[in-house]
Design a protein around this ligand. Structure first.
Ligand code: ATP
Length: 467
């Protein structure tokens, strides 16, 4: 591909991304945090639809990993973290990125990302390449947010230091013994957690992709040392299947077998699962074989034994760990990028128009079904439509809409990815063809095909599709 073509394809991808960002704001998926006050860099608020989308993702992850398996249990650890935990894990001393300052424009950059950044003064140049750029030597910048706990009389009392956790994993390692002692888990088994993590990223960027506050979905899968490598490969496969099951096709996913020298020093094997975002191929999840590093360091630092006793073989050993660690916000972003489409359609009068549609998998869609009385000024239609809404809503998120032409109402739902719409019309009331009494029109978002379905069959039909 020529350089010019490459540039124009990237320009198209950037324009595509801008449309997604704009839709997300306009329809209430994602807002900049504290936008009213100029915005808090690297932080995002999920609006009504974004909150539903994210919840569907987390619920499905929890369901397949915990509810539908015998060998994984859940945990919900605290965000505020004891400094000794993060000293032992190596985060206090080493969780940092290399940073450079530009003495000319005072901007700060991640030293290992300069290729993808722009000079503040001359955006056509990379940092360091502009006429006035003057970069310092790289130095390490610790990414953890530190805070002080309690009303200590001395503000500088080192004992009052605590951290916002930089990953959910550490509370799993620290509670591993309590879980073993209180549940009936037997190696191999996993502990799973979904929750917020915080990293003071030097350059938050690419919309929500690199944020300072984000959510992780992590599993620490404890196993016998000899099974670690095999289980890493098995987890990779399971995680790829997960993405397919939420609507991210395998061909858009890339597997990076992280080479020696680029993995964390304790990891014997790491796969990064990457997705083709419009801004580049970037990591969604890491599947890492962490050996017994974490339990080992916590055992040593706490002075408390963390070995596992195998009742069958009568052996005592420190389990090894395989960790599939996924980013919730990055997956939501991938879902949005994958779902967004503008297509040209022809309306009833033969006129061409652009239909914006989010083709979410029904199990991820924030709203599952739109419910529309054909006319809002016919009380019988409205009453019947509201009755259908009330039947469905204990089971799923539905949206009742009586405003505007029916075509416009369909389009509004297409734009937020609602997979189904039902219209209550005069046939439903038995005023047309009597045989159609108590049936509704069911419209499918992707094909825009419409069929009649009995109201009594609607719930089971939808539940089957959304499961
Ligand atoms: P990166 O190299 O992109 O900084 P990482 O390798 O440091 O990511 P991990 O420490 O392996 O990330 O964290 C596991 C997952 O948590 C990542 O795959 C990603 O999905 C998510 N994650 C990590 N950092 C961020 C962030 N700043 N914003 C959003 N999600 C993040």
């Amino acid at each position: 591909m020529s350089q010019e073509t490459q540039k124009s394809t990237q320009a198209e991808k950037n324009a595509h991304m801008e449309k997604i960002v704009s839709l997300c704001k306009r329809r209430g998926f994602i807002f900049q945090s504290a936008e009213l006050y100029g915005g808090l860099n690297g932080c995002w608020d999920y609006g009504p639809l974004g909150a539903e989308l994210k919840r569907n993702l987390k619920d499905y992850w929890w369901r397949v990993n915990i509810q539908e398996r015998d060998d994984i249990v859940g945990l919900d650890g605290s965000i505020l973290t004891h400094q000794e935990v993060l000293k032992a894990s190596g985060h206090v001393g080493g969780f940092s990125d290399p940073m450079v300052d530009c003495k000319a424009c005072k901007a700060r950059f991640r030293a290992d990302n300069l290729d993808t950044m722009q000079c503040k003064e001359k955006p056509s140049c990379k940092p360091g390449e502009g006429p006035k750029c003057e970069l310092t030597e790289p130095r390490e910048f610790n990414l953890m947010f530190q805070t002080r706990m309690g009303a200590s009389s001395d503000d500088n009392d080192p004992a009052s230091i605590a951290y916002l956790r930089p990953e959910t994993a550490q509370s799993i390692f620290v509670q591993y013994k309590n879980v073993v002692d209180s549940s009936r888990v037997k190696v191999p088994f996993g502990i799973a957690q979904i929750g917020k993590s915080f990293r003071n990223e030097i350059n938050p960027r690419n919309y929500t992709f690199r944020s300072r506050e984000f959510e992780q979905m992590e599993i620490e899968y404890f196993c016998r040392p000899e099974d670690g490598m095999r289980l890493t490969d098995e987890w990779l496969e399971l995680r790829l299947r997960f993405y397919e099951n939420i609507g991210i096709p395998r061909e858009k996913l890339h597997i990076l077998d992280v080479p020696d020298g680029e993995r964390a020093f304790y990891s014997k094997k790491t796969y990064d699962i990457e997705y083709e975002f419009p801004f580049g191929i970037q990591e969604l999840e890491g599947v890492a074989y962490r050996t017994d590093y974490d339990l080992g360091v916590h055992q040593k630092a706490s002075g408390r034994p963390l070995e596992y006793f195998d009742e069958v073989t009568k052996e005592k050993f420190l389990p090894h760990v395989v960790e599939p660690s996924a980013g919730c916000d990055r997956t939501v972003l991938a879902l949005l990028c994958e779902a967004f489409e503008e297509e040209t359609v022809t309306d009833d009068k033969g006129k061409e128009e652009i239909r914006t549609v989010l083709r979410f998998h029904p199990r991820m869609a924030p709203v599952k079904c739109g419910i529309f009385p054909l006319l809002k000024n016919k009380p019988e239609l409205v009453e019947k439509a509201k009755a259908v809404r009330d039947t469905l809503r204990p089971f799923m998120n539905v949206f009742y809409d009586e405003g505007g032409a029916i075509g416009r109402r369909y389009r509004r739902q297409d734009e937020i990815g609602t997979p189904y719409g039902v219209t209550i019309d005069f046939d439903t009331l038995g005023e047309g063809d009597g045989e159609l009494k108590d049936t509704v029109t069911l419209r499918e978002r992707d094909t825009m095909k419409q069929e009649r379905i009995a109201i009594g069959d609607l719930l089971s039909f939808l539940l089957e599709k959304l499961r």
